[in-house]
Design a protein around this ligand. Structure first.
Ligand code: SF4
Ligand code: SF4
Length: 765
């Protein structure tokens, strides 16, 4: 095939485009201004004949790159995907005719909009090439599972059933984890009436009999390096001088490190440490195991219990210092189950055993949660909506009944606290960095003020002695990043198992609070992702969210100033540095978000099909009317994950917005380089609107930090605007959700109003 670039532009007349737009004029613009090799219209471009017309031109060599001016790039992807051919999609349907009224007055500006989008598509395609795999990848169909609780065991079994080799590493000397300590579990099958077997023994047996699974007990990951498809891991087994180490290679990792129960000693309003008959839910499981279906006996004197009180949310959903702000998700069901242990264990004497559950909000999630609650009622478990104020040493539980609005108390012979779960998520490297900075500051302050060392007690207070779980050899830290409550990072709506370390997935209570059934479902989901990561890595494709994407950033090293911004801003630890300070890119860890491209001040990072030029030239291709035309031009850079779909959906609902806007989808707001903004303003645009996903602790950004980075960069653009003598209002950054279909047109129109108020750009000429 010749290297000559031959662009074919194909304009669709279907979906009313032919009636609403002058498509002959669009063809002419593509040919004369866009300088395409061939430009054609078709009545129904996505139909078999339309697609064949394009295919024939590709085969005959008349075109080798495509501009398809039809519907949104999110529509008709099957029809308009031509393998190995760079294609620019021009959105005339959702982007133009569906958001403009069908009136004579609107016709002129609607046509101008369409013409600009054709110009933009023709400009973009000249800077796009079809991406090819980098050939740096490897395939290793071996999954590493860290943690031998119910989550880890389920993940291991699922991976093995799918045909993958598995190493399961457990730091204790037995499989089972917390679920292994339970007597029974909350039912997972209809009729959801009685506690059921935990299934742990059966799982252990299956794993022991599975020749694809290798078990490592008393073992930890002492070193983890590499990337999806080629992780190199040191497993250390045993302790001290008897410890042995061995190297394992694997393609992906599932962290299923489980949880630790909250320390009930911290709940000073209860007498946990002073009374043997005040216990946690996990201690109640031990009593039930000892009873093995018989009467539950209280720890202090072994007498059969007569009145057991369960206190929900003990130190949970609390804003008190040191307590848990979140709900652990399983404890209400667990208390119902444990009340049943007491009732069922008493046999014919069940009527003589009282069980009272004191709750503020009873939460019974899961398919059979409501049925299980009803079953508890049928077994005469008492539920009282109440706030507990105190538990005395001798078991007197004082509370305020929230229904009767009166104080009351129960003399219980056993009290069970529903304390929460704390994720075993490893070291919090970001928090450690903050604490290290605090420590340095404290030391400096003491030195200056008193010329003496900081007392050790003060230093101890800011140390977090947590062991690393993965021991990652990443510049960005030894463990998976964590969310505010310590759970391993994930995009909880769209990508629940994914973490900020590509190819490493979190499952079970290390990811969010959950019960055993949810943990097993989680394990299955994470295993699917771990398999996808292995397979995609083998083909040089992104794992997610741009699953299947072959493009990857390349670095023009001769222009690099070794500033390290790309390394610092890459949310996924995909960039390291060599001895000379130049970026060292790790393709398999890369999610292809473009945040590095947005960060680079000298603009030396680009993708084959997405670059400073492919967007910059679109910006410049727009026809900027002079100031006397009273036609402002607004640039919208819309994140393709949420904002662009929201705009498409607004169009499907025929919500109108300004005809003066020109929208360019971007991979992530993090990929927006400030040069695009300054170029746009310098070339006469009147305003720029950026739309990205929610940032912060409860972020929705599909690339975790991209949106946050963009906000930070844009907060610094005020200086540039001042230098250009432009008003700050000309640039706006908005957080947009995919459901904001009424809000996005409003945000655009708001900017149009702002421009009307402050006037046209002084750069128009
Ligand atoms: S910032 Fe995004 S595109 Fe750049 S290296 Fe990191 S993951 Fe890849
Ligand atoms: S951001 Fe750009 S200039 Fe800075 S180190 Fe990375 S590639 Fe080099």
């Amino acid at each position: 095939m010749s290297d000559e670039v031959k662009v074919g532009a194909y304009i669709c007349k279907g979906c009313d485009l032919g009636n609403r737009l002058n498509t002959d004029q669009l063809e002419m613009i593509a040919t004369r201004e866009g300088r395409v090799t061939t430009a054609k219209s078709h009545d129904f471009l996505c139909g078999a004949k339309g697609v064949k017309m394009i295919q024939d031109d590709l085969e005959s060599g008349e075109a080798n790159r495509l501009v398809i001016a039809a519907c949104s790039r999110r529509a008709k992807t099957d029809a308009f995907t031509f393998s190995g051919v760079a294609t620019s999609r021009v959105n005339l349907r959702e982007g133009v005719i569906w958001i403009r009224p069908e009136t004579d007055e609107a016709q002129e500006t609607t046509q101008e909009m369409a013409e600009d989008y054709v110009r933009m598509g023709c400009a973009e395609i000249k800077f796009m090439a079809a991406p090819k795999p980098s050939e740096e990848q490897g395939t290793n169909r071996h999954v590493m599972v860290v943690g031998g609780g119910i989550t880890g065991m389920t993940a291991a079994l699922e991976a093995s059933r799918a045909g993958y080799q598995v190493s399961l590493v457990e730091k204790t000397d037995a499989l089972g984890g917390t679920t292994g300590q339970l007597y029974r579990r909350v039912p997972t099958r209809a009729p959801y009436a009685d506690p059921e077997d935990t299934g742990v023994d059966a799982l252990i047996k299956m794993l022991e009999d599975d020749d694809k699974v290798t078990l490592y007990l008393n073992s930890v990951l002492s070193h983890t390096d590499g990337a999806p498809g080629r992780f190199d891991i040191d497993i250390t087994s045993g302790d001290g001088s008897k410890a042995k180490s061995q190297k394992i290679s694997c393609g992906s990792i599932i962290q299923a490190s489980g949880m630790t129960p909250y320390d009930a000693n911290q709940l000073t309003e209860f007498s946990y440490s002073d009374s043997a008959n005040l216990i946690t839910q996990l201690e109640m499981e031990a009593l039930a195991r000892a009873a093995d279906g018989g009467p539950i006996k209280r720890p202090s004197d072994g007498k059969e219990v007569k009145h057991v009180v369960f206190i929900q949310c003990a130190g949970q959903r609390s804003d008190k210092e040191g307590q848990l702000s979140y709900c652990s998700g399983h404890c209400c069901n667990t208390s119902i189950k444990q009340a049943m242990y007491c009732k069922d264990g008493a046999g014919d004497n069940a009527i003589d055993v009282q069980t009272t559950i004191l709750f503020t909000d009873l939460r019974t999630p899961g398919a059979g949660g409501e049925d299980f609650y009803r079953s508890g009622q049928d077994k005469d478990v008492t539920f009282r909506k109440a706030i507990v104020s105190e538990v005395s040493k001798d078991g007197k539980v004082s509370f305020n009944d929230l229904i009767l609005d009166e104080d009351d108390s129960i003399d219980a012979d056993l009290v069970v606290l529903a304390t929460g779960m704390i994720p075993n998520s490893g070291r919090n490297n970001e928090r450690e960095d903050e604490l290290a900075a605090q420590k340095t500051q404290l030391e400096a302050e003491h030195k200056e003020a008193e010329h003496k060392e900081v007392p050790q007690a003060m230093l101890d207070e800011i140390a977090i002695p947590v062991e690393s779980i993965l021991n990652l050899a990443y510049r960005q830290g030894s463990d998976l990043p964590q969310l505010i409550s310590g759970f391993n990072d994930s995009h909880f709506i769209c990508f629940p198992y994914e973490t900020r370390r590509t190819g490493i997935y979190a499952a079970g209570p290390t990811r969010r609070p959950m019960d055993t059934q949810q943990a097993q479902e989680d394990a299955t989901g994470a295993t699917m992702k771990a398999i996808q990561a292995i397979e995609n890595a083998g083909k040089g494709m992104a794992a997610h969210p741009r699953s299947g994407d072959l493009s990857y950033p390349s670095f023009r090293m001769e222009g690099c100033t070794q500033c390290k911004r790309c390394m610092m801003e890459c949310p996924f630890g995909a960039i390291g540095f060599d001895d000379k300070g130049y970026p060292e890119y790790n393709e398999a860890r890369c999610r292809r978000c473009g945040t590095c491209m947005g960060a680079c001040p000298v603009r030396v990072i680009s993708f084959e099909n997405y670059s400073i030029d492919s967007v910059g030239q679109q910006i410049k291709a727009v026809d900027i009317p002079d100031e006397f035309d009273e036609k402002p031009r607004l640039l919208v850079l819309a994140c393709e994950n949420d904002a662009y779909p929201a705009l498409d959906m607004a169009a499907q609902n025929r919500f109108e917005y300004s005809a003066f806007v020109r929208v360019i989808p971007v991979r992530c707001l993090g990929s927006v380089n400030t040069i695009w903004i300054t170029d746009a303003l310098n070339s006469g645009y009147d305003g720029v609107v950026m739309m990205g996903c929610k940032k912060g602790d409860d972020y929705q950004c599909h690339f975790v930090k991209g949106s946050e980075m963009a906000h930070e960069r844009m907060s610094k653009i005020a200086d540039t605007l001042q230098t250009l003598n432009l008003e700050e209002e000309r640039v706006a950054v908005h957080e947009v959700a995919i459901t904001d279909i009424q809000r996005v047109p409003q945000l655009i129109d708001d900017m149009a109003d702002t421009i009307e108020r402050i006037g046209m750009s002084p750069f128009k000429f």
